[in-house]
Design a protein around this ligand. Structure first.
Ligand SMILES: Cc1ncc(COP(=O)(O)O)c(C=O)c1O
Length: 425
């Protein structure tokens, strides 16, 4: 088996996994559909939604000493530890909790920009607005120069060399996303960190992991990051919370907290145990996948194997979507279809395809897909949210197709057949 092209789950296992998600194949009011917009918010694990509702039912303050409160407080403590150690791979540091991933990003950037010397900050041109705008906001506030790394318009990613050109001894903060939420390109964060710290050994470096974390294992220790964030609603989980890891040296900076609380506490006010219970269900689910392949091992080992298998399954689905089969043409071969920022090496890509049907209006194409039972999304330069990013990639727009690991071969083939039909008409 060549991992370069991914490894599919066997059909029974894939089906078993899909059944653990709500509405994977249909919308309860609008009928059958393929949900291929997981980068905009992923399919939800039934167990996440269930525990979230279960724990919301209890009125108990987690700060009391009776059994229910102790249990709720325990959930927050265990959840915090597991998110840090198992999802982020952190051996130290702390967890920032907010309502959204964007808020955690602004908080991380603010703490570093307001407390570290230097005259400039570096960010990539294809960041989500939360990372890009946070750098711009704090550059304006602290009087620093903002440096923007151009994208590689062929790969849809950010090249290490281009990042390095922007970094110098006076750089306060470097912020580069781990994977693009438009091209799916995975950045070489490890090399970026290594090379950037050759220029400034104590450089603060953070990464937006909202796109990448649900599709591939992450390890902030191995990468040497000072901050990284995730959004549970893009990670099979629930809305209403965002989490970020911050390193020990970031914790030391002054930050919003109650004075009586320890320095590593970022939570302001009463926490929501239900959100932590939902996060632990995500971890349980990924561990179940890992256990299917390597049997019972430590929770961290099975989680890591689960993420590895998710990544391989998604790579195999990506390969099938691009290359097709002898029976069904892949996107690369359908007349009238263009795949944008396409690269041969699928090991550097998450399961996202940016494509278009030649001559067709993108918004109308998305609506037509929906009429044929496929939910996808368009990123266009007429949208204020997408303009900078699509133009940095040399595009005016593209349709983003983002299935999930629980999808199977038949789902991809169905999408390809619908696409071929639309391109022909
Ligand atoms: C790459 C990336 N970063 C950050 C965010 C922001 O996440 P949130 O909506 O939780 O603030 C998104 C959401 O679209 C994203 O795709």
């Amino acid at each position: 088996m060549d991992e370069k092209f991914g490894i599919l789950f066997d059909d029974d296992f894939q089906q078993e996994l899909k059944e653990k998600f709500f509405y994977a194949d249909y919308d309860p009011e609008h009928g059958e559909r393929l949900f291929f917009d997981n980068s905009g918010g992923s399919l939800r694990l039934k167990k996440c939604v269930k525990v979230k509702a279960e724990y919301e039912a209890f009125p108990d303050c987690p700060e009391r000493i009776h059994a229910r409160s102790v249990h709720l407080k325990g959930l927050v403590e265990k959840g915090t530890k597991e998110i840090l150690e198992i999802i982020f791979g952190a051996k130290s540091g702390a967890l920032i909790t907010e309502l959204t991933a964007s808020q955690t990003m602004f908080q991380m950037v603010g703490m570093i920009m307001e407390n570290v010397g230097g005259t400039n900050a570096v960010v990539s041109s294809i960041e989500h607005p939360s990372a890009f705008d946070a750098i711009e906001y704090y550059c304006n506030k602290t009087g620093k120069e903002m440096r923007v790394v151009p994208a590689n318009q062929k790969t849809g990613g950010i090249d290490v060399e281009e990042v390095i050109k922007c970094v110098d001894k006076n750089t306060t903060l470097l912020s580069i996303m781990s994977a693009s939420n438009i091209s799916g390109n995975i950045m070489n964060i490890k090399e970026i960190v290594k090379r950037a710290r050759e220029i400034k050994p104590d450089l603060y470096i953070i990464s937006d992991m909202v796109q990448h974390a649900p599709h591939c294992g992450i390890d902030v220790e191995d990468l040497g990051l000072d901050g990284a964030n995730i959004a549970p609603y893009k990670f099979f989980g629930v809305r209403g919370c965002g989490f970020a890891y911050v390193s020990d040296r970031v914790i030391k900076f002054p930050h919003h907290k109650l004075l009586a609380k320890p320095q590593e506490t970022f939570e302001l006010g009463t926490s929501a145990p239900a959100n932590f219970a939902a996060m632990m269900e995500i971890i349980n689910y990924v561990c179940e996948i890992g256990e299917h392949f390597i049997g019972k091992k430590s929770r961290k080992e099975t989680y890591d194997e689960g993420m590895r298998r998710i990544h391989l399954q998604e790579r195999a689905l990506l390969y099938r979507m691009l290359e097709g089969t002898p029976e069904v043409k892949g996107l690369r071969y359908i007349d009238g279809v263009t795949v944008h920022v396409d690269t041969d090496d699928l090991t550097q890509r998450d399961l996202i395809v940016a494509m278009s049907i030649d001559g067709a209006d993108l918004t109308e194409t998305v609506a037509e897909y929906q009429r044929r039972g496929v939910t996808v999304y368009e990123r266009v330069n007429t949208s204020i949210y997408s303009k900078r990013i699509v133009e940095a990639l040399g595009l005016t727009g593209a349709i983003r197709v983002s299935p999930l690991h629980c999808h199977g071969k038949e789902d991809i083939d169905k999408f390809l057949k619908i696409t071929a039909q639309m391109a022909k008409e």
